[in-house]
Design a protein around this ligand. Structure first.
Ligand code: 3PG
Length: 212
């Protein structure tokens, strides 16, 4: 197994669920990440969808003991660089482009590119990727789709994300080619805005207890 895959797996295997965060206010990132870590979710994906995202990654990376801050929704090489500069320890994209694969090749920070068809998975296998994001999971065929890939595309592991919740996470986690799932359900917007960190820790603990 290649270095990128080994490094990714050591992060993704920390827990069954990677929280996917859209941080509107960087000031909430530290207490939010602390609440998730307290519940047992250490690897946290902060998406670059808001102006606060890079500050949020920086704050979580430097201030939250036990957290492994990652960056999501990386669409360009420039964003890849900015996220690494901010302290991201893993980089996630909904897809893959030549530019992203090139910059990932030059980086020590592991890259989790997205795929949602057999051909996309095959293309990334040719590039040496053994661990992929399956996105958007529910909309692209869900757990039955991944199950169908497990024999012909054996050897590729997935972190499905998109439309996953406590109700269907086990459908994915029980598959041999799923290492973890990603989802935003552990950090609902209303709880973050209310600063209800206790309830977020409870949701995180419930997610951390999920097993195949
Ligand atoms: C996303 O891109 O927002 C992630 O895949 C999370 O999706 P979710 O909000 O459906 O969990």
């Amino acid at each position: 197994m290649g270095e990128n895959s080994e490094a990714l797996l050591s992060i993704l295997r920390l827990q069954p669920v990677v929280p996917v965060l859209i941080v509107e206010d960087a000031a909430t990132a530290v207490p939010l990440a602390r609440a998730l870590v307290a519940g047992g979710l250490k690897a946290i994906e902060i998406t670059l969808r808001t102006p606060a995202a890079l500050d949020a990654i920086r704050a979580v990376a430097s201030e939250v003991e036990g957290a492994v801050a990652g960056a999501g929704t990386i669409l360009s090489a420039a964003q890849f660089d900015e996220a690494v500069e901010a302290g991201a320890r893993f980089i996630v994209s909904p897809g893959a482009t030549g530019d992203l694969l090139d910059i990932a090749d030059e980086s020590d920070v592991p890259f989790l590119p997205g795929a949602s068809t057999a051909s996309e998975v095959m293309g990334l296998r040719e590039e040496g990727y053994e661990v992929l994001k399956f996105f958007p999971a529910e909309q692209a065929g869900g757990a039955p789709f991944l199950k169908a890939l497990s024999s012909p595309l054996a050897g590729t592991l997935f972190c499905p994300t998109g439309g996953i919740s406590l109700a269907n996470a086990r459908d994915y986690l029980s598959l041999p080619n799923v290492v973890c799932v990603g989802g935003s359900w552990v950090a609902p917007k209303a709880l973050v805005e209310a600063g209800d960190w206790g309830e977020i820790t409870r949701l995180a603990a419930e997610a951390a207890a999920l097993r195949g």
